[in-house]
Structure formats: structure tokens, C-alpha cells
Design a protein around this ligand. Structure first.
Ligand SMILES: Cc1cc2nc3c(=O)[nH]c(=O)nc-3n(C[C@H](O)[C@H](O)[C@H](O)COP(=O)(O)O)c2cc1C
Length: 173
């Protein structure tokens, strides 16, 4: 199973929009996937799941992670890196079984002009620590506010080309 992680809990985020786009593209290529949005994390995560007191609300998320063998993390740039909630989520997941030996593709986005290059680099380090295999083709999408059409689809030629290439390589990976 492929799981797409929308890497922020900000309501109305561009990250979730992009995650849904990836979901639709995978489906068009014949692959089912599941979306986990960090908006769905339980509010008491930091006093329960973060240090091992597993909550019912998180258990259903953990179950999806456990059965998944491939992940795409879509990660916005917050203060020059990935969002703190994403690291909190990783820390709350069962270690090491959640991600050990599994495959991952990374997509960075930002409203500024760097497309979260640094945050994706930081997160790649974490992926290696938790023993994930990272798809070498990592995508960075700057100026995200200008990327979507009215249906929430990407519409810029280069971005369409590179995201399609990443999805194809991820399917083969
Ligand atoms: C807390 C916070 C910090 C941010 N820091 C940056 C930043 O360092 N560089 C940048 O280009 N955009 C930054 N942004 C803007 C995001 O890149 C922008 O909101 C974009 O749409 C992707 O995030 P989203 O999924 O929350 O929409 C920041 C946004 C938030 C909420």
C-alpha cells in the first residue's frame, strides 16, 4: 500500500491540495493510495502518543502506517525547514517498525522561491536515520500559490513534467 503524508496540520494548506493531486495522479496510473493529513492528528498527541501512551485516535493512523510499504511525504517550508508537527508525528509513530526498510519519495513546496530545498535535505537525514530508502528524485515546488488551476490540478509545464517523472520512478522503485 502507498501512503501519502500531507506534512502540515494547517487548515486549508497547499500541501493537502498537492497531496490530493498526487493521489489522483497515482489513481490515473492504476495505483490506490491512502492520504494521511496531519490535520487528523489527535489534539492531545504531545501528552499521549509522543511518549508511548498510545491513544485510540492515533492507533488508527499507526495501523495505516504499519501496513504501508511505500510513502510519499509532501512537505511545506516553514522557517527554512520542515514543519515541527511533522517531526512530532514521526516521533509519535512506533519505532523502528513504522518505517524501517520502507521506501519514500519526498516533495517540497513553499510560497517563497526555494521550494523547501533545505527542509527536504533535513528530512532526508531523518529518513536515513529511521532506515528508509529515499527515491533519489526529490521535487521542489516554489511559488506554490501560482501552481494550481481552479480544479486543484497543477498547471505549469515544468512542474507537471517533473512531478509525473517522480511518480513514474516511485512506482518502479
Ligand atoms: C509557520 C510558517 C512558516 C513559513 N515559513 C516559510 C519559509 O521559511 N519560506 C517560505 O518560502 N514559505 C514559508 N511559509 C509559507 C509556506 O511555504 C506556504 O504557506 C505554502 O503555501 C506551503 O505551506 P502550506 O501547506 O501551509 O500552505 C511559512 C508558512 C508558515 C505557516
Amino acid at each position: 500500500m502507498i501512503t501519502l503524508i500531507s506534512g502540515t496540520n494547517r487548515e486549508g494548506s497547499n500541501t493537502l491540495k498537492l497531496t490530493k493531486y498526487y493521489h489522483r495522479q497515482l489513481l490515473e496510473k492504476g495505483f490506490e493510495s491512502e492520504i494521511i493529513s496531519l490535520c487528523d492528528l489527535p489534539n492531545d498527541l504531545i501528552s499521549t502518543d509522543l511518549y508511548g501512551k498510545r491513544s485510540k485516535a492515533f492507533q488508527s493512523i499507526q495501523d495505516k502506517i504499519t501496513v504501508s510499504s511505500k510513502f510519499i511525504f509532501l512537505i511545506p517550508e516553514y522557517n527554512g525547514s520542515f514543519p515541527g508537527i511533522l517531526k512530532t508525528f514521526i516521533d509519535a509513530c512506533a519505532f523502528p517498525d513504522s518505517f524501517y526498510g520502507k521506501k519514500v519519495a519526498l516533495v517540497g513546496l513553499s510560497s517563497g522561491k526555494y521550494g523547501n530545498v533545505r527542509g527536504i535535505e533535513h528530512f532526508t537525514g531523518i529518513c536515513h536515520y529511521i532506515n528508509m530508502h529515499v527515491l533519489p528524485l526529490r521535487i521542489h515546488i516554489p511559488n506554490i500559490g501560482k501552481e494550481f488551476d481552479e480544479n486543484g490540478n497543477l498547471c505549469m509545464e515544468d512542474t507537471l513534467k517533473f512531478t509525473a517523472q517522480q511518480i513514474d520512478r516511485f512506482i518502479e522503485f
